[in-house]
Design a protein around this ligand. Sequence first.
Ligand SMILES: [Zn+2]
Length: 61
Amino acid sequence: MMKMQSRTIMQDSKMHNEIQSSVSIMECYVCGKGLSDGHSISAKTLSNGIVLFCDVHYSMQ
Ligand SMILES: [Zn+2]
């Protein structure tokens, strides 16, 4: 019971960290432009992980 509970907490914490780190950068993986440059940023999950693209490069993938 105790073991199962701590495993659940660890999984939640890991997932939360992954979301936070991908959101904190918020710039295009290709051109490096971000929200401050007037681009909208979208996340896409590739084989090597979550990658962010601007509106231009997102449609090119
Ligand atoms: Zn771009």
